[in-house]
Design a protein around this ligand. Sequence first.
Ligand SMILES: Nc1ncnc2c1ncn2[C@@H]1O[C@H](COP(=O)(O)OP(=O)(O)OP(=O)(O)O)[C@@H](O)[C@H]1O
Ligand SMILES: [Mg+2]
Length: 343
Amino acid sequence: MVKFIGLDLGTSTLKVSTDNMAKLFKIPSIIGDVNEGWTGMAMDKSWINNLILEQGGREYFVGELARTQSEIKRPIASEGKMKSAEEAFIAIKSALSLVAEDGDEYILCAGVPVATPQGEMKELSRLLKGDHEIKIRNDATSEKKDLSVSAKKCLVIPEPYGTYYKTLKDRGEESAIDAVMIDIGHGSTDFLSMYQGHPMRTASGSLNEAVDTLTSRIAKKLQDQTGRIIRPFDLMKSIELGRDDVMLGGERFSIKEVKEYYAEQIARIMVDETERLISTLPPDAYVELYICCGGGAYTFGEFIRNALAEMKMIANPEECVIPEDPVMSNAMGFELVAQSRIE
Ligand SMILES: Nc1ncnc2c1ncn2[C@@H]1O[C@H](COP(=O)(O)OP(=O)(O)OP(=O)(O)O)[C@@H](O)[C@H]1O
Ligand SMILES: [Mg+2]
């Protein structure tokens, strides 16, 4: 039986959807060199957090293991693009190993950041297609697995298309509608415009403003206020938990006001960019929907909706959609795209 897999290669995490969206998981989008020193010390012996892949006679730490243990590590995507098809391939093979059984056959659909050059997208789809041997090792237990799998079909498309496809399916739309996706990630925001069912490259692009812009601004503000050095990255957890205050050296500081102030300003920048991009669409284009996804939708979604309304780009709030699971929605949509390719 053929299995369907949707993959979303983000700059901070790689997301996977399979089993009719019942199985969803993510790993940090990082690969790194092997650091043997601590092997077997980990308390957590799960495959997902102890993944080593062998590829071309070399071993790589992947995901959480690379993030925490590799001395030399690289993100597989940054600045709004996938950097190398070979490295993305290593990460995808590793992610596949977490769901694959020996002998499996797949139809894969993978999303990459919008600014990824088309040559790299083609190269990745070429690498993914065909028969693969996946050799993995668990760093904590030393257990090994050797799997033979086959990818019957592979598609590599721009990331936010997954959310577009899923949103239209959920709404029961029979035909394609013109829409703009605003995918707010950790380090960049991707814009994808759809016109008559096709992605419009000229009206798509990416911005550096994203969740890390907000954490950098809050860190700077707290630093001025307290004289302490605060790393933006350390504020990420508070943002994810929706906290309005943080603990610094045993003292509590409110971030409510700065967070709201900057979230509104940054959302405004995103909507300005949206307006600029849609002005390049053909005059008969009629944008019916704006879809705000990515982990940043939790923080910026409402501000974006308000800014779109203020700028008269939408007439009512329902024209700006925020998916129920904005982080996984691309991967889920790609699984649906893969399912549609069975015939
Ligand atoms: N529940 C949540 N509430 C608030 N913020 C969240 C939540 N979940 C994730 N985030 C934030 O969203 C960001 C990650 O978003 P996402 O997974 O969409 O990024 P990505 O796809 O890896 O990166 P990019 O889109 O830049 O390639 C992180 O900065 C994270 O802190
Ligand atoms: Mg993303």
